[in-house]
Write a new protein. Structure first.
Length: 398
């Protein structure tokens, strides 16, 4: 592919794929660790752990976004990869639930710095809209590899290994990612104009984001993605293990179904977005996710659950894949780190609400109540997005 002729992008994309596959192993391992330590209350523990992850994302990302232009990108990314490796390799040694919570916070504080800086680097490599859209599609595919290949790989590894070794493999993935990043020279950040105090710098991205109508609509769609995704991530292990009475391998396969749906959509979106405006595509994704949760009220068996998660993943990809393009169209080059950080922080604030809600509903009121409430939330957020984001001409997006 044309994009891979650029050595910088080739190495960065490889680093992203490797790190995400490792992270996917930790996602499965964390679900099983919670199940081992808390039994039927695993959904509650996992929901709390993921809420802590979101707190780290929401609090740390704006700080990094505000000052990322003053730091060398390569050194920052490599340092954060090394810190993530050190934290994740500690997970096999936990003996109490609070230790899980502490390590999850530290791990994701590093990720909150890494991801927005990484995302803001790609449009500096590909200024051309067409190639950047292709890069976004490949980035979405990288996340889908986490959702699809990591659970399948985890299922194979769990046949012969303890789930604790999944954390060790994730640490190795972060180390390899650091080696790939350090092997290339990255574009220098665009300097921001001097002036403004600490508070102005910290809130610049948020203010720009919340004053842009299309991005306010995107924020509502972020809530729809979080509501649907939290139901799938938090309650899959509980539903498959305890409601359906199936094993660890079936949990991994269920996680993979959502990744499969997302991957199918991500492969087709670049061509689709050449003919269609991104607004109806993203709104349709919100409706698909809502429909998959409504269908969950039928108390699905395993085969139907896989289909619902496949549809949910497809809808999520329709929203998330064009997001970087929408952000790039909404700011100047020097504003990208702050705006990407604002998207990272605000989208994960939605997950901060959705994760504990999904865990608490599933634990206290049962799976059908969780399906009903989160389906309502996803649909309401999608309808709000349609209202907040007026239809725009191509000129308005330029």
């Amino acid at each position: 592919m044309e994009l891979f002729r650029d050595r910088r992008y080739r190495h960065l994309f490889s680093a992203q794929v490797i790190a995400l596959i490792g992270t996917g192993l930790t996602t499965v391992g964390l679900a099983l660790l919670a199940s081992e330590m808390a039994g039927e209350r695993a959904g509650e523990v996992l929901g709390t752990a993921l809420a802590i992850k979101m707190i780290a994302y929401v609090g740390i990302a704006p700080v990094v976004g505000a000052y990322a232009t003053r730091l060398p990108r390569r050194a920052l990314l490599v340092t954060l990869d090394l810190l993530r490796a050190a934290v994740v390799v500690s997970l096999p040694f936990v003996t109490a639930v609070w230790q899980i919570y502490l390590l999850i916070f530290l791990l994701n504080a590093c990720s909150a710095g890494f991801t927005p800086v990484f995302q803001a680097t790609i449009p500096d490599i590909f200024e051309d809209e067409r190639r950047y859209t292709q890069a976004l599609s490949l980035s979405r595919l990288a996340y889908d590899l986490e959702n699809l290949l990591s659970p399948l790989l985890a299922a194979l590894l769990l046949v012969v290994l303890s789930f604790n070794l999944l954390f060790v493999l994730n640490a190795a993935a972060f180390l390899l990612s650091a080696l790939l990043v350090v092997s290339v020279s990255l574009p220098s950040p665009h300097p921001q104009p001097a002036g403004g105090g600490v508070w102005d710098r910290l809130t610049q991205g948020m203010r720009r984001y919340l004053h842009t109508p299309r991005l306010r609509g995107l924020l509502a769609l972020n809530m729809a993605v979080a509501a649907a995704g939290a139901m799938q991530i938090v309650n899959t292990v509980v539903y498959v293990r305890h409601a359906l009475g199936m094993g660890q391998t079936h949990v991994a396969i269920a996680f993979a179904a959502a990744g499969g749906g997302s991957m199918v959509v991500a492969l087709s979106l670049p061509r689709l977005l050449e003919r269609l405006d991104q607004r109806p595509v993203m709104l349709a994704g919100g409706l698909l996710m809502s429909a998959s949760l409504v269908a969950g009220l039928t108390a699905p068996g395993f085969a139907l659950l896989l289909l619902l998660w496949f549809v949910l993943g497809a809808g999520a990809s329709m929203v998330m894949t064009p997001t970087g393009r929408l952000l790039k169209q909404s700011c100047r080059a020097e504003e990208r780190p702050a705006l990407f950080a604002a998207q990272f922080s605000l989208s994960h604030a939605c997950w901060l609400v959705a994760y504990p809600l999904a865990g608490w509903l599933g634990s206290a009121l049962g799976m059908m109540s969780a399906f009903a409430v989160l389906a309502t939330l996803a649909l309401a957020a999608t309808l709000l997005a349609a209202r907040l984001w007026p239809a725009e001409t191509a000129e308005a997006l330029a």
